[in-house]
Every structure is written in structure tokens, then in C-alpha cells.
Design a protein around this ligand. Structure first.
Ligand SMILES: [Zn+2]
Length: 423
């Protein structure tokens, strides 16, 4: 007897299986479970996947687009300046409301684990207070991991370092940084040494906004790899964005990638944002501003797609759908081989879970019973269609359902309805 059985779904690896759930855990997975259940979801012919995971987001800023005004230049720097105004006029309650609304969107899309950076620049730390409250409120259905992020610089902003420490003391999970925004290259490198030592001392993970610039001489990832290695932080450190690598000299990159691999650093490109923010100072040819995704993967470096922003000072669109992110990443990184297209799906599920250190994740017996049923036949079709999430299960409970995206047709001699899945 199970509490819930998801019957007949196609798993990402192509197997067809029943998934039996008891309480908040997956109790059994088999081609056919001959057992009763309190509730049954018929997933025959549909893709059943572990939930989507977003390893890079900014939940303190989300759903604030247009406040106090829109980003006219479309640049990272105007976005940072706008956010600098907004974070001082936004109240804790208002930030909590926006974040909870976003979490509703995420739940409806099967996005059940999110790593959000939290700006620790202002002394009032209202951002931290708000997101700690949100983390507690959503913990029954979303794993929300928070990163202490000194948006205006660890050393460049007054009290930048003190406020990171205060945020960690308040219960923020991960150490963040932004070396390319410090005053000098030397300050950037010093900030990484400092932040990695703080993380090592507290047993925490590290996630750095690293080299989010078109400047090929922005090489803080090299210092991050060095500090990770020196302090034994392998497997606990991520470099987000890494866009300068797009513009770096190829010979230098041939030295750099083995250093990143050796240090066990993961990379988190954010294709929706990188493609609109980077290259803004270029005429033509205009750079894509995405890091070297396939090249890092070929070296064994874990690379996951992050979303970064939804309706905020940096990005005017966004839907909480990690398949939008995978779709854009696939195009910009030209990952069109069948194996690469399927990998883009894995990046927004399993790879991102690995980067966030989620140990109870996955479709296996004993793991948390969180999954999503998609109106698609396989992972590549899911990326192509970005289809309805027919059912979302979080910790054993069905938390969202959507209708299929079929359209009714009124064309003479043609079928009465159409579903855009491959025959
Ligand atoms: Zn970011």
C-alpha cells in the first residue's frame, strides 16, 4: 500500500516505470507495482522527472520590474544602480510578498530547489530578514538556499565585509562575492582569499559572481581556483557567470580549464541574462557573452544552467521555467547534438542538484518524493516544447496540476485537435 503511485511514466533515461511513494519518500520504483495507493497519477507516455533546480537566482529583487523605473541602457551597471535605490525603499513585507508570489510560480513549474543570492550591502539587512522568512515559509515544498552576496563589493562598499558576516550569523547558507566589482584586480583577488577563508572556517559552500564582464583580462576565476585548492574546498565552490571567459585568449583558457577542473569548481552560466547584458559595449561583431560551456564539460567540470532574474532591474522577462533557461542555453552555446540537447535537460535537474549539494534528490528509492510530470515524451522534447507541468509532487504531496497544451483545430479535413509532440 502506497500513499501515491505515479504510473507508467517515462523516466529521463528512457525506462518506463511506476513510482510508489510513502510519506515524503520514494518507496519503490519498478516497471509495474502491483499495489494499491491512496492516490494514483496516470503518467502513461509522459515524462516523469526529478524536479527542476535553479542554482542562481535573486529573490530579493524578483517581480520588481519598473520600480523605481526601467533599466534604459539594459546594462549590468544600470541594473546595479537601480537595485541600489530599490533595496532601500522596499519593505520586508513587500519583499516577502514578491518572493512568495515567485515561489508560487516556481512550484507550478516543478522548480522545487532554488539557490538565491541575497544582497547584504545595506546595513539594515532587510533583504536577509525577508528571505530568511521566505525560506521558512516555503520549506515544505521548495528547498531555498541563500547566499550572502555583497552586491556593491566586499571592500568597495562601507561595511561590506561586516555585513556578509552578520548575514551568515543570521543563518544564510552560502558565502558569495563579486571580485570584478571591487576597486582593483588586487582587491578582487584579496576578496576571494578572504571569502574562501570565511567559508572554510565555517564549513560552508561558496558561490561567486565571477568575471561577469566582457573584459578578457578579468581572470578572478584563476584566483578562485587557487584558493579553493589551497583551502581544500574542492566540490563546494561554484563560479557563476564566468562571461569574461568568452572573450579570453584561447591559449590562456587552455591553461585555465585544467586548473578549474583540478579545483573541483562548478560553473553556473545564466544564458537568459548573459545574452542580454553582455556585449552591450560592442558594435559588430557583438559578443554572445556566454562562458565556454561545452569546453568546460569536456574537461569534466560540472556546468549547470541558472536563471538569475525574473522581472527585475536586470531582466524584464522570465517565467520561473528552467526549460526556458535550458532552451536559451542550448541555442547560445550551440548544443544541438542529440546528446547535448538531452544534457541541457540534465543540467537544469541533476547537475544543478549536485551543484547545490542536494543529497536527497533524484528518482530513486529512499530519495525525497519530489517529481514533475511533463507533457513530453523525453528530455529533449521537454526542452523543445517547454510544455505543461501536468502534475508536480513535492515531498509526497501533489502541489500543482496543469492542463495539457492541446489546441482545438477547425480546419476542414484536418484533425480536431493538435498536440505538438513528435509522433
Ligand atoms: Zn546573479
Amino acid at each position: 500500500m502506497f500513499d501515491l503511485i505515479v504510473r507508467g511514466g517515462t523516466l529521463p533515461d528512457g525506462r518506463s516505470a511506476d513510482i510508489g511513494i510513502r510519506g515524503d519518500r520514494i518507496a519503490a520504483i519498478a516497471p509495474r507495482l502491483e499495489a494499491e495507493a491512496g492516490e494514483v497519477i496516470d503518467a502513461s507516455g509522459d515524462l516523469v522527472s526529478p524536479p527542476f533546480v535553479d542554482p542562481h537566482f535573486h529573490m530579493d529583487a524578483t517581480l520588481s520590474y519598473g520600480r523605481p523605473r526601467v533599466n534604459a541602457s539594459g546594462t549590468l551597471l544600470e541594473g546595479i544602480s537601480l537595485w541600489g535605490e530599490l533595496r532601500d525603499i522596499a519593505t520586508v513585507d513587500e519583499m516577502v510578498d514578491r518572493a512568495l508570489t515567485y515561489c508560487d510560480w516556481a512550484a507550478s513549474m516543478g522548480l522545487l530547489a532554488i539557490r538565491s543570492h541575497v544582497d547584504t550591502t545595506p546595513d539594515h539587512l532587510n533583504t536577509v530578514t525577508a528571505l530568511l522568512e521566505v525560506r521558512e515559509k516555503v520549506k515544505g515544498y521548495i528547498d531555498l538556499q541563500l547566499v550572502a552576496f555583497p552586491q556593491d563589493g566586499l571592500y568597495r562598499a562601507p561595511n561590506g565585509r561586516e555585513n556578509v558576516i552578520r548575514a551568515l550569523d543570521m543563518g544564510v547558507d552560502v558565502v558569495g562575492g563579486i571580485p570584478h566589482f571591487e576597486r582593483t584586480m588586487a582587491d578582487g583577488a584579496a576578496s576571494l582569499r578572504d571569502l574562501c577563508e570565511i567559508a572554510a572556517g565555517r564549513g560552508l559552500m561558496v558561490d561567486i559572481h565571477c568575471d561577469e564582464t566582457d573584459d578578457p583580462m578579468s581572470r578572478h576565476i584563476e584566483a578562485l581556483a587557487f584558493e579553493t585548492q589551497r583551502l581544500g574546498l574542492q566540490g563546494r565552490v561554484a563560479g557563476s557567470h564566468l562571461t569574461s571567459m568568452h572573450s579570453m585568449d584561447n591559449y590562456y583558457v587552455s591553461k585555465l580549464l585544467p586548473l578549474i577542473a583540478e579545483a573541483g569548481i562548478a560553473a553556473i552560466p545564466n544564458p537568459l541574462i548573459n545574452i542580454v547584458l553582455q556585449g552591450r559595449h560592442d558594435t559588430f561583431p557583438k559578443r554572445r557573452g556566454l562562458t565556454r560551456v561545452k569546453e568546460m564539460q569536456a574537461m569534466g567540470i560540472p556546468v549547470g544552467w541558472g536563471q538569475d532574474c525574473v522581472l527585475d532591474p536586470w531582466y524584464s522577462l522570465g517565467t520561473a521555467d528552467m526549460l526556458d533557461v535550458a532552451f536559451m542555453g542550448l541555442h547560445v552555446a550551440q548544443m544541438t547534438h542529440p546528446e547535448e540537447m538531452a544534457r541541457c535537460f540534465t543540467m537544469v535537474t541533476e547537475t544543478n542538484a549536485e551543484i547545490m549539494g542536494l543529497t536527497d534528490y533524484g528518482l530513486r528509492e529512499g530519495a525525497l518524493a519530489s517529481l514533475v510530470v511533463l507533457d513530453a515524451g523525453n528530455p529533449t522534447e521537454a526542452v523543445r516544447l517547454r510544455p505543461a507541468r501536468l502534475a508536480v509532487v513535492a515531498r509526497g504531496k501533489v502541489i500543482a496540476r496543469s492542463e495539457r497544451g492541446d489546441a482545438a483545430l477547425t480546419l476542414p479535413g484536418r484533425p480536431a485537435s493538435v498536440r505538438r509532440r513528435a509522433p
